[in-house]
Ligand binder design. Structure first.
Ligand code: SF4
Ligand code: FES
Length: 371
């Protein structure tokens, strides 16, 4: 079998070598950080995703080594594969930043600015994007879209006005469940996520649509309005589940489990298991196992320092690691407490008094001998 050729691509002046067929977005993710364009619809674990939202636009300033002409328009990096010698600009291109601001403006035309009451606030990709690129005002003067309320069952809440039509939830239902019952109905600005005849989504794995939704259009009814995500402590935990991997993140406050989600990576996507398969979780783990005793807790989940969720969480941060004790080592193995104990040597105390037996804190009379 012939080996896949490797292509050199330079993104924001950083060169990486990637196998032919890699998209610009995935090449940029290999570099990481800000160089990776935002992606609201692409989801590496969902086949066919991408190409809907245009937030991942980049400028290709050199097509390839063989044909160095720049591409005439900005391209969607999640759908464009690299060529050998290609040069791409993301954050180094004012054109890209301007276009992205335009895309954000379009996404926000109809999206309500209801972050203060939205369960997704604090972990919403559109919220992050609008803080990065949005303008404080809107130029839109018309009425925003409204939709008839659609009940999709006891576990998942649909807020159609918040949907950006990224199709991720449709692909998830298509690729993970035996029968897809929702999809995008109608055309143009009437398009909406719905089931044709009001139906509830009840497949074992349908809860994963909540995790893939980049905004607050699909949220967990068992967690709705219960807490803000930044007050919760995310903990990795697992259980022996007959349906899924059982590897989850618990969102706790004290001992109380408020929410269970899949574990997400730095791109906000469901993490992969050791065998490379995505760790989607089943509805039982997500909605029914809400007691700490249901889970084996592994430890605090590392959350990006840029996220508001990491505020006041010390796991993995500088200052949270106990420094190495060197006192005993430099004092010949003597414990610090012994070094501090002047009780026996002092002339003002009563050596006969055992301080640990005194009822309450020691007082001057304990040392002077006065009763
Ligand atoms: S409901 Fe969420 S996941 Fe589904 S299309 Fe809308 S924004 Fe995307
Ligand atoms: S992430 Fe590329 S178009 Fe949406």
């Amino acid at each position: 079998m012939s080996e896949t050729p490797m292509f050199k691509v330079t993104i924001d002046n950083i060169t990486v070598e990637v196998p032919a067929g890699t998209t610009i977005l995935n090449a940029a993710r290999m570099i990481g950080g800000e160089v990776a364009p935002p992606a609201m619809c692409y989801y590496s674990k969902l086949e066919g995703s991408g190409g809907k939202c245009r937030t991942c636009l980049v400028e290709v300033s050199k097509g390839s080594e063989k044909d160095p002409r720049p591409m005439p328009k900005l391209v969607a990096s999640c759908r464009t594969t690299v060529m050998d010698g290609m040069e791409v600009k993301n954050i180094t291109s004012p054109k890209v930043l301007d276009a992205r601001a335009g895309v954000v403006e379009f996404l926000l035309l109809n999206h309500p600015l209801d972050c203060p009451v939205c369960d997704q606030a604090g972990e919403c990709h559109l919220q992050d994007l609008s803080y990065d690129h949005g303008k404080e005002g809107t130029r839109y003067e018309f009425q925003r879209r409204t939709f008839k309320k659609h009940d999709i069952g006891p576990y998942i809440q649909l807020h159609m006005t918040r949907c950006i039509l990224c199709y991720r939830c449709v692909y998830t239902a298509d690729q993970l469940t035996a029968k897809r019952e929702h999809g995008v109905l109608d055309r143009g600005d009437h398009s909406e996520i719905a089931t044709l005849i009001e139906k509830s989504l009840e497949n074992d794995f349908i809860g994963n649509v909540i995790d893939v939704c980049p905004v607050g259009a699909l949220t967990d009814k068992t967690f709705r309005f219960k807490n803000r995500v930044w007050f919760l402590k995310p903990m990795d935990a697992h259980r022996d589940c007959p349906t899924c991997s059982g590897k989850v993140t618990l969102w706790n406050r004290g001992d109380e489990v408020f929410r269970v989600t899949a574990r997400k990576d730095q791109w906000g996507e469901v993490e992969s298991l050791e065998d490379g398969k995505p760790a989607w979780i089943c509805n039982t783990c997500r909605f029914d196992k809400k007691k700490s005793s249901d889970w084996v807790i592994e430890g605090p989940r590392a959350i990006s320092r840029q996220s508001v969720i990491s505020a006041n969480h010390y796991a993995g941060k500088v200052g949270s690691v106990k420094p190495t004790e060197i006192f005993e080592a430099v004092h010949d193995g003597r414990h610090p407490k012994i070094m501090m104990d002047i009780h026996a040597a002092s002339e003002v105390n009563k050596p006969g008094i055992e301080l640990s037996l005194i009822n309450g804190p020691a007082h001057s009379t304990d040392f002077t001998g006065e009763e």
